[in-house]
Design a protein around this ligand. Structure first.
Ligand code: ADP
Ligand code: GLC
Length: 487
């Protein structure tokens, strides 16, 4: 008998559909929870990418008369990881080419996102109440980010509703819509209130999620504190402060099967902490693939990221001429804001052989970069957790990070003391200025020139434990607390 049954609701899940770290978490955390005897099933929209890749399946429910929503059905399937999936098939809302959130034709969000993710939340509430026709009933619904934010509102008026928790992966994305959508989504009118789903005159999916959840988690302890302040609270700090006792920060783990330099299927050569020769070969292969000068001695810096204001890469692009004098090489893989994409492309053209930029999303290349680079750069203005700093450490590529969010919780700045006690695992800078970023990169390059110390640093990085197990145990404690059970 499973100890707890959990419906995990998400708008993306690796390897089926991914735009960022939420997909990685949704792909790995449920499996880790299942290892703890928690029966987790994942509810995800039936985008074309999911429908095509989901494997053998069976229709388990249909919903033809939910007020305000087109007809939909629920399809059961099992992921390669063994995690059961409930795919929400609604062709009117999800069966279209493009990303999960954005219309590629306009570059804007899908105009019916309130319905797309309103339905996801609605079905989560149906499955978590007496409205469900499934024999499997969760004890608790676990939502993620604004796309699942209305779940708690719908549950609040459903008969036989189970409790729900909400995980914040990024407070900057809130799913705010004009108030008239409240009626279109058939939400209780009284919920449009400061003590409810209203946020500065609009309806907010995320605010709703945070207000109605029994418990809130976020993806690092440091971010759990930061979001209760003015600077990173994005207008929700008041609500979050008032719920201070119901917020837990749980650092993400990583999928150490997918991200393992000893077995990674994307790499030309494998390596491990005891056999590092393969790393040099990955560097050579990466330099050659990206059109960089093949040179084992020049430090190769890397970026794999969404190119948005959050990630702070504007600072890095600004100091490129100074960096090249160190000297270093730089490889960038990313997509996002068009001005930043253009700057990256222009720099690659201006400095051939020294800078390479690949604009787009490429899973295989992201692994090759982690393996082939010497240092990984994350100057994020804010970072709820961040995953690439974990991947970098595991691949012996010390990260250079801004002192914020989960980056501060997962990278130990390299100095004499931390090198000596074996905890150093990267370079952390405080204060978002080009000079501070430059100084951190300069420190890294200096250490790189000291072979013995660099080896020690890489060894520390690669020896750290980033498995999901510890985090899964922390989620289990939250579930038990919400259900009023003791350990
Ligand atoms: P966020 O979710 O804010 O984008 P994270 O660091 O948590 O940041 O996760 C980002 C994930 O997306 C990582 O797995 C990273 O490797 C991946 N990623 C980001 N951009 C790209 C890209 N252009 N190509 C391939 N993978 C990418
Ligand atoms: C969000 C955050 C990122 C975090 C990821 C997974 O996309 O921006 O910091 O790692 O979610 O939790």
């Amino acid at each position: 008998m499973p100890e707890i049954k959990v419906l995990f609701v998400t708008s993306e899940i690796a390897p089926l559909i991914k735009t960022g770290g939420l997909a990685d978490v949704s792909g790995a955390l449920p499996a880790a929870l299942r290892n703890l005897n928690i029966d987790v099933r994942v509810l995800v929209p039936g985008y074309p990418q999911v429908m095509k890749q989901m494997g053998p399946s069976e229709v388990v429910a249909t919903f033809s008369d939910l007020p305000g929503f087109p007809a939909s059905r629920l399809i059961f399937s099992i992921m390669k990881s063994g995690v059961p999936l409930l795919v929400l098939d609604c062709p009117d809302l999800y069966q279209r080419e493009g990303g999960p959130y954005m219309d590629p034709a306009t570059g804007h969000d899908w105009a019916d996102n309130h319905l797309r993710f309103g339905l996801l939340s609605k079905i989560a509430s149906v499955l978590g109440s007496f409205e469900s026709t499934l024999s499997w009933r969760p004890d608790l619904v676990h939502g993620n980010d604004w796309q699942t934010g209305l779940t708690g509102v719908y549950l609040s008026v459903a008969a036989g509703a189970v409790p729900n928790i909400m995980t914040i992966h990024n407070l900057a994305f809130q799913g705010n819509f004009r108030p008239k959508k409240v009626g279109l989504l058939h939400l209780p009118p009284e919920s449009f209130h400061i003590n409810g789903i209203e946020l500065y005159g609009n309806m907010s999916f995320l605010k709703a999620g945070l207000y109605y959840a029994y418990h809130i988690t976020t993806v690092s302890p440091n971010y759990a504190r930061e979001i209760q302040g003015e600077e990173l609270g994005f207008g929700l700090q008041g609500l979050l402060r008032s719920r201070n006792n119901d917020i837990t920060g749980i650092l993400n783990g990583i999928d150490t099967g997918e991200w393992d330099p000893e077995t990674d299927r994307h790499l030309p050569e494998h390596f491990s902490v005891g056999r590092m020769a393969g790393k040099a070969q990955n560097k050579q292969a990466l330099q050659s693939r990206m059109g960089l000068e093949v040179n084992p001695d020049v430090p190769l810096l890397a970026v794999v990221s969404r190119l948005t204001h959050q990630k702070g890469l504007d600072l890095l692009l600004e100091i490129v001429p100074r960096l090249l004098e160190l000297p270093v090489q730089l490889v960038i893989l990313g997509s996002g804001e068009s001005s930043m994409q253009q700057t990256a492309r222009d720099l690659a053209q201006e400095y051939p052989g020294k800078i390479a930029a690949m604009i787009g999303f490429d899973e295989g290349l992201s692994h090759q970069i982690e393996a082939g680079a010497d240092m990984f750069i994350m100057p994020s203005r804010f970072e709820p957790c961040g995953l690439n700093q974990f991947y970098s450490q595991r691949y012996g590529t010390p990260p250079i990070v801004h002192n914020t969010g989960g980056l501060a919780d997962s990278v130990v700045d390299c100095n004499q003391d931390t090198l000596r006690d074996g905890t150093a695992s990267g370079f952390v800078f405080s204060g978002m200025t080009t000079d501070n970023l430059f100084a951190a990169i300069q420190r890294a390059v200096e250490l790189y020139r000291d072979e013995r110390k660099w080896k020690a640093l890489r060894r520390n990085c690669m020896s750290k434990d980033f498995t999901w197990e510890t985090s899964a145990r922390a989620y289990r404690r939250v579930y038990l607390k919400v259900l009023g059970r003791t350990e």
